[in-house]
Design a protein around this ligand. Structure first.
Ligand code: PMV
Length: 317
């Protein structure tokens, strides 16, 4: 049996994180420069059921049977086996690698899941359609935090700009004019579960205030959708700044993220905001293509540990 491999991109949320957990829309786009990759190789001499997992980036080398049931990689593998009605997997080695920063709001967990689900289902002779891939990756997302909106697994599976509302059919987004985004990594690891849990507790204790913040974010997302479709980056920059202010008010920014956002604006960005769960991880800045390298340099000077320049189009290849 030959080996099968699959890759999945990272993602950034352009607008609407956190509010999306509470039923408001959000806009997310894939980032193809960094990817997760899974390779499944048959082990013809291995005993049936022996599944070896190698994930050198996180220092993991183990048999599936030795991993805790709630391990994300194990959950993705078992999800595929169950979906395909395979009670005992053939002997195989699964190797997972990724260049996506971990716990940084770029969907590394979802990308790893999508790559595994695609490679393993193809290896088993039944490549799953996108809808099922996304649904299985969503089950893994639940391990990271109990109430994921599903935006990460959706945008990463489809690898297209999406307008996402929890529980609704996916809408891909037409991008009227290409957008140039500079991504800056604060270098502060921020598990999504903690920020999402803190927002939930704050919402429970002051629901009126938080509902207002979520509503305003929802309005920004609607306006951003129009500006993206019509190709109006100037309007989008202001909306990004407004969205960042609301995320700050929600308590999910951090001094490091605010410093990077300020640095990007001072270097001429059209707008900037944190992206993802916040507290750490990445921020994004909207810019003209000519200004992108200068903004990346300004972010590095403000202590971003990594910068990525990415262009957003309707179809990102
Ligand atoms: O995975 P992250 O860090 O990009 O966060 C996901 C975005 C949230 O809205 C904060 C959570 C969710 O499930 O949508």
């Amino acid at each position: 049996m030959p080996s099968f491999s699959a890759s999945a991109p990272a993602k950034i949320i352009l607008f609407g994180e956190h509010a999306v957990v509470y039923g408001h829309p959000a806009i997310a786009v894939p980032v193809m420069q960094v990817q997760a990759k899974a390779i499944v190789r048959a082990e013809p001499r291995g005993a049936a059921g022996k599944v070896r997992i190698q994930a050198p980036d996180i220092g993991l080398e183990a048999d599936l049977s030795d991993l805790p049931a709630a391990n994300p990689l194990a959950t993705a593998i078992r999800g595929v086996a169950e979906a395909l009605g395979v009670s005992r997997l053939p002997a195989l080695t699964l190797r997972v690698t990724s260049t996506i920063p971990v716990a940084a709001g770029m969907g590394s967990g979802a990308a790893v899941s999508v790559a595994i689900i695609r490679a393993l289902s193809a290896f088993l002779g039944h490549p799953l359609p996108a809808e099922r891939v996304s649904a299985l990756a969503y089950e893994v997302e639940k391990l990271h935090h109990g109430t994921p909106s599903g935006i990460d697994n959706t945008v990463i599976t489809y690898a297209m700009p999406v307008y996402f509302v929890r529980g609704k059919a996916i809408e891909t987004l037409h991008v009227g004019a290409p957008l140039t985004i500079v991504i800056g990594d604060s270098g502060v690891a921020s598990p999504t579960a903690i920020a999402v849990g803190d927002v939930r507790r704050a919402w429970q204790s002051d629901s009126r205030h938080y509902e207002q913040l979520f509503d305003r974010i929802g309005e920004i997302v609607q306006a951003a959708r129009q500006a993206i479709e019509k190709g109006q980056p100037d309007i989008l920059g202001g909306l990004m700044n407004d969205n960042h202010a609301l995320l700050r008010a929600m308590g999910v920014s951090s001094p490091e993220l605010d410093r990077l956002v300020e640095a990007a604006r001072a270097a001429g960005a059209l707008g900037a905001k944190l992206s993802g769960a916040g507290r750490g991880g990445n921020m994004i800045a909207l810019t003209t293509p000519e200004n992108a390298p200068g903004i990346a340099l300004a972010l590095q000077a403000a202590e971003a540990i990594q910068t990525i320049i990415t262009e957003i189009k309707t179809r990102i290849t």
